[in-house]
Design a protein around this ligand. Structure first.
Ligand code: ARG
Length: 295
């Protein structure tokens, strides 16, 4: 069975590290990329002149969906809307903790209509919706690590949205500044490896990150808070290696992120490789296509 079975490890230290890595069942929201294409440019990855293959995007996305199901996760779907090609990147549709969905307010006009579409879905599916005043792109820029929320700014979500986020959830919000336009959302530069909540959660939660994506102040904060973090190198960052989804044991990552894959194995995680090369043409990867729904 694929669920919970750690990959055979090669060294004794790796075997030791894998002890205690327990996968948690996740609940995700995804959107089938039926209308996926690249028709505008709002990040450095998007080049409308390059052709896209929607059928291939759908097949690759389906593999991700099937992988989550095989790992025992619960996946909900929001209907894709014609004319909103980026809707496949559901991570940007909001940020959900304790059944409260803080809605998204997109930075660029092309994606603005997605905000209300996601808020309608949340309301219709039993979530309490907190409508945003400030510009924010949901879980693309907000990551729950233990009990704290890491919040990105610099390209998309504003600093004011970090204050709004703290008011909505009453949790500690740690602002981090992104400086490299290729890594314009926080989830392209940080991967949450142990998404645990509750007492002791903060201590047990670890992350992987790309140091070069952050300014010096943010790097210092990350070093202090996560001394055991996996530091990912630029080559793995540049193939969106960090844009990954973990259940605490299984970490779904790009097959091109070879170094990160090895680092994960050393720490006793089980990397599961899923290729979303077609969706990378829109500047998104595994995590971008995945929004966590925390009841
Ligand atoms: N084309 C989309 C945009 O630029 C990609 C979003 C990627 N999503 C993410 N969570 N990083 O907005």
């Amino acid at each position: 069975a694929s669920t919970g079975a750690a990959t055979a490890t090669s060294s004794p230290s790796a075997a030791a590290a894998s002890v205690g890595r327990i996968p948690q069942r996740r609940r995700y929201l995804m959107c089938r990329p039926e209308h996926f294409t690249v028709s505008y440019t709002i990040n450095p990855w998007m080049e409308p002149a390059n052709p896209t293959d929607t059928a291939l995007a759908v097949r690759q996305w389906q593999t991700l969906y099937d992988t989550y199901i095989a790992l025992g996760h619960e996946v909900h779907l929001i209907d894709p809307i014609e004319g909103l090609p980026d809707m496949v990147y559901t991570a940007n549709g909001g940020f959900v903790i304790d059944n409260v969905a803080y809605g998204a307010k997109f930075r660029f006009q092309e994606r603005v209509p997605e905000g209300p579409a996601f808020m309608e879905w949340f309301a219709a599916n039993g979530f309490e919706v907190a409508a945003p005043v400030e510009v924010n792109e949901g879980e693309g820029d907000f990551l729950l690590v233990g009990d704290a929320i890491l919040a990105g700014t610099g390209f998309r979500s504003t600093g004011d949205s970090h204050r709004e986020l703290a008011e909505v959830f009453g949790r500690e919000v740690v602002s981090l500044t992104l400086v490299d336009p290729r890594f314009y959302h926080l989830d392209t530069a940080i991967s949450v490896l142990d998404p645990v909540q509750g007492p002791g959660g903060a201590d047990r939660a670890n992350i992987a990150y790309l140091p070069g994506a952050f300014d010096a102040r943010s790097r210092q904060i990350l070093e202090e808070r996560y001394p055991d973090a996996i530091l990912v190198d630029d080559a793995d960052g540049a193939v969106f290696g960090l844009n990954s989804a973990s259940d605490g044991l299984n970490v779904i990552i790009s097959p091109r992120a070879k170094g990160f894959e090895a680092q994960l194995r050393e720490r006793g995680y089980n990397p599961v490789l899923v290729d979303l090369s077609e969706l990378l043409l829109g500047g998104g990867g595994i995590k971008c296509c995945t929004l966590e729904l925390r009841r």
